[in-house]
Every structure is written in structure tokens, then in C-alpha cells.
Design a protein around this ligand. Sequence first.
Ligand SMILES: [Cu+2]
Length: 603
Amino acid sequence: MDSTIGRRRLLRGTVLGAAALAMSWNGIRVRGEPSSPLVFHSPDLTPFVDELPRPPVVSGRELELTATTTTHRFHRDLAESPAMGYGGMSYLGPTIEHRAGTPLTVRFANNLGEHPFAADIDTTVHGVSEAFRSAPPTVLHLHGGVTPPASDGHPERLVHPGQHAEHDYPFPQQAAGLWYHDHTMGITRANVYAGLAGTVLLRDEFDTGAADNPLGLPSGEFEVPLVLQEKIFAADGRQLLRTTPVVPPGSWEGGGVGDVGVVNGKVWPNMDVARGLYRFRALNAASYSVWNLFFGNRMRFWVIGNDQGLLDAPVAVTELLLAPGERVDLLVDFSGLAPGETVELRNDLAPPFQAAVLGEVAMELFCRFRAQDRAGFAGPVPERLRGGPGMPEALPPLESPTVIRNVTVSQPYELRMPPSIMTLNNLRYSSPEIDMLRQGTVEQWNIVNVTPDPHPIHIHLVEFRVLDRTPLRTIEYQAADPQPPVGVKWTPSPDGFLGGAALPAQQWEAGWKDVVRTDGGTVTRIIVRIPTAAELGFDPDAPFSRVAGEPVSVTAPMDVPSRAGTHPVHAGSHADDLRGYVWHCHLLDHEDHDMMLRLRIVP
Ligand SMILES: [Cu+2]
């Protein structure tokens, strides 16, 4: 069993770990089959007893958004759980609806009390201090927003309890389903899991969201955001951040799957639907799991858009893979159901190696739709969405890259659970080797994933297109240029180590993206367009203060409470001002430690 326990954890946690193992079995009932003694399990819960909530919609040029600690009931038969929410909600946040190209200012405030996962915070992780337990900082990131650096929600620009930050969003981009969530250095996984996430529906003159929209898409009650997550609950109703007793309390886990589906904040909810077409804006807001989504009756549905906007035309599918951070814009036709007939949204993708070795299994159910008598939206599935009259321009062909950038996704050689650290380019977050992307260029990123597991890679500010995925002869690749100790950049070219034919991007992932699923042992190629300051309307390389609410070039006090970067291994970024953006794995445990690097968009 030693080989499955983190050595770093073992040294200081053997006794604690054994105690946790024993206590977990007294306190938590096992739910269903199969079950593993190495995984926590939710109590038995009856599905479909709660109605699917629809988050309230807010809009306007100036919004206030406050993060608060709350209690939230996830299921009729569960007691209330400590949680976090935005904008007065007990969990998640309101849906922000906004017109692209019009500025939005969000006054973001931190009103958080003691962290619901205070005992689970790992202060050995980069940037995390003891104070985060009682007075958690938070950072607001608008995922997919084309946002000036000072407003992007840089993970080091912490907003502490009692503080606020102004975020300016010019949105020089097209209609898309974006989302906002916490991005705090080292505790993003805890803050998002607690509830700090919400949907943004960005509109434009084509995708207006109104009933008379020129694309003929369902709107109003027939357009529904689905914030999809999975969780584990304790018998007392508390949501559990931990997934396994193998890792002692207070230690970074590296990620694990849940055993119940949560949609818009409720466990396995029901939604009564009219017998017609619906538009679902689905988001994988989970910490760790990639899902293969499908309907229980295997009915066909249509993908009309993904992360950054609409596809040229709807793509009919019966299932699709959705990784954390990714969004899909779906049309689902319930007109074939008889009144009272039901169909579930399901998943059947088994968890990856790292979770499967603990006995973790797929979380198979999200929610149920029950057909009403009434007919609903009667319009057909549109034939085209782009490139015709009253439509946005067709997606442009892929541009030829002028820069080839090899990046690696890896964990150190070791047989342990969890790994001691996850890395991009074999570097820590604090590495001074910052990727410089030159404005106006087109880059091809060869994302070389040498782990056995999928990792969704998200790049802030830019949009990209997915080219293809090619199997990598991983062992030979690593043998030819062995991975040095963490901290030494390691990005060998995959040329000469490809192990098969390139699999082109799926038709439904052909549009503009900001997250790409990179599979284990695979080279994923994306084409990244680096925007210019003129195109953006702002300087993407402008420095900004690390202290929210203060101007650039203040003499930043070195005694800011809970100041990041105190860990001796990680103390690498102590400049007063910040600059640029980040790119990272969107598995939240991974981005916390340390699968996140800084990047700059330079002239
Ligand atoms: Cu990852």
C-alpha cells in the first residue's frame, strides 16, 4: 500500500491518515454498488425529487457581485451544507446576460467568512497561507472573456474578505456561453467546489436571446443553462471536498470523482419540459471528471456551438465528451416523447487510471426531463448558423502557423497517489520562464500529454481551434530525452515519436475554443491566434498592481495579510506588479498544484 500513498504525505501523515480511514467508516454510509473502501461515498439519495433550479438572470452595464459563505440544501433529504455563492445565492451565482461589444463593469466584493473546507486547505501548496482557512481570499475570473489583464482575475491578485475589485469587461468578441468562477492561487478547487461559479450568456445581433432572433433558436423558457457537476456528500449533508481516505485531511488530493450528479446546485433534479425543442447551455463545472454525455434513450441531439460561439451548422450527435471548463450549446428535441415520458441525461465515461486504481467509478446520472402535455418551441433545428443572411460570418479556415510551440503535460516519474505535483513544461507556477506570445502571430501548440490521464488545457485571453490528436509513443519519447527534475523546462518535440494517424477534431468541436481536452499519451495540436492590442482595444501586456483596488507601481506592502508565495520551494514571484495572463489545466486540483503557468502577450 505504500506505493499508493504520497511519500510527502506519508512522512507527516501516517497516523492522521490511519485515523481518517477509521473515522470515515464510522461517519459515512456507503451508497449503492460498486463501492471501494478507498473512496468516500454519499448516502443513498432518491433521484428526481428536486426541481431543476433556474438561476436568476441579471443584466446591465454595471453589476455588483459579492461572494459570500452560505448554507445550501443540495437535495430534499440532505441537511443544509456549508457552501459559497455569488450575488446572494446560496450556491453558484446568477446568470449574467450581456451584449457583446458593450462594456460591463462588475464591482466584485469578498464577503466570505470561514472557509467551508477550512480543514482541507493545504498550506504547503504554492501561495496558500494559514489565514486562508478563516479568511479566504477570492479572485473573480470570467472564463472565455477577452479581458484586460488587470480585470482578468489573475490568481495572484487576491481579494481578501472586506475588500473589493472593479472588473472592466469590454467584450470585443462574439456571442458565446462563458462562465465566471473563482481563480484564487492554490485554493481554486476549494472555492469553486464550494459554489463560486456562474454562467454568462454573451449575446450579439444574431444570437440575441430574444424570441425573434434571426437564427430561429429557442429562447426564454426554452433556453436553459445547465451547470453540471459531481460531488460526494457526507451523511450529515455536508459536501465533501475530499474523495479518498488514502490522502490525509488537509492535504492536496490531486483530484477525484464524485458519486452523485449536481445540476444547477441540486442533486439529480427533474425538469418538466414542453414537447418541443430546447436550447441547453451546458458547462462542465466539475473539478476533475471528463464525461461522455448522452440521453438514456440514446436519442439524437445537436451541438450548435462550443466554448467561444456558434458552429457553422448544427452537428447531430448521440453522445459527446465534455471536459472540465468546456461548454457546449445544445439543441434537444423532446417532441418525440409521450406526455409523462421521461429521459435522463447520463454519463458512461469511466474515470482515468489515477482514480480507477482507488476503485472510483463513473458518476452515471445528471438529471431527468419529464415531458408535459403541452407543445413547446415548435421551430425546427436550423440548417445553418453562420455564413448566410442574418447570420454571423462562416468560421474562417485554419490559418497557417508561423510559430510552433511544444508544451508538455506531465507529472514526475513516480508511482504514488496522489502525485507530489502536476506540471506544464516540467515547471512550477513560480518559474521565471514565462511564455511570450507575440501579438498578431498564429501559433501551433503541440500539447504533449505524457500522463495516462486526460487534462483539459485552458489558455486565458486567446481563442483557438482544435486541429487533431495523434497517439504518442510515450515511452520512447521520454527515453530519448529524459525528463529532468521539476523546475527545469522540458518540452521536447514530439516529431519522430508519433504512434499512429492523426484523428481530426470532432465536427462539433470545430469552432472557436478556449479549453481543449488533451488525452493521455497523445499530442493535441491547436492553432492559436494571438490578438494585437489594436484588435483588442487594450494593452494585453499592461502591468497592474497585485493589490486589488490599487494602481500600478504602488510600493506594494510586503506585509499584506495572507500574502502569497511564502513557501520556500515556491517563493519565486515577488515582483510588486503583475503582468500578463495564465494558462493551465482545468482540473482544479491540478491548476492549484502546479499545472498553471504565466504567459505574456507581447508586442
Ligand atoms: Cu491536469
